[in-house]
Write a protein that binds this ligand. Structure first.
Ligand code: IMP
Length: 190
């Protein structure tokens, strides 16, 4: 691959790899929901902004189920004294989720705290079912017992950039998933 970003240490998955695997997983998801009668005859596909955007688009464009799209922003912040991350919803869904079948689409699951929170939040609001699709799963970082229903790739612990994943809000647009060269971050200037 040419023109790699200088912060890339190693490319894990090219756009081609991601599209191929997304197709396979999308077929599994279609098979699953074709056996389950969907409330309102449609799936509510919820993307967690901003990281989900490239993968969310790939999934939705491949998927033949009748769907509605909606988005949330869930921020995790450190409360200051405790080291526990405390997720909060900073942009909520416009859709009424009562009685709906929901598929959450995420870029990466690390601790699992964000998705654990969102899943409970949607059930509290009356969702009928909540399933999780993630592009990447980093099970080594898990601090909850959350397991995604569908995952494209399981990866080793590393700081990942590209295909939605950022460093300082930048380089989400890299058309591949890569391990970041964290040595370079110490004196990195944009
Ligand atoms: P969790 O709550 O720890 O599972 O975190 C999920 C969120 O953390 C993801 O949606 C990403 O925004 C962010 N995140 C986790 N790992 C990485 C990474 O390796 N690179 C960039 N962002 C990450």
């Amino acid at each position: 691959m040419k023109n790699l970003h200088p912060l890339v240490k190693k490319v894990l998955f090219t756009r081609e790899d991601i599209l191929k695997r997304t197709k396979e997983v999308t077929e599994e998801i279609e098979r699953y929901y074709n056996l389950e009668p969907l409330a309102d005859n449609s799936l509510l596909v919820v993307g967690l902004l901003k990281g989900c955007v490239p993968f969310y688009t790939d999934f939705c464009m491949n998927c033949n189920l009748t769907m509605e799209m909606d988005f949330m922003v869930v921020s995790s912040y450190n409360g200051g004294i405790s080291s526990d991350l405390d997720p909060t919803v900073s942009l909520d869904l416009k859709t009424d989720v009562r009685g709906r079948d929901i598929l959450i689409v995420e870029d990466i699951i690390d601790t699992g705290l964000t998705l654990d929170y969102v899943k409970n939040y949607l059930f509290r609001k009356g969702a009928k079912s909540v399933k999780i699709l993630t592009m990447l799963d980093k099970p080594s970082g898990r601090r909850t017992d959350l397991v995604p229903d569908w995952s494209c790739f399981t990866i080793e612990p590393a700081f990942i950039i590209g295909y939605g994943l950022d460093y300082q809000e930048k380089i989400r647009n890299l058309p591949y998933v890569a391990i970041c060269d964290t040595e370079k971050l110490k004196d990195w200037k944009w």
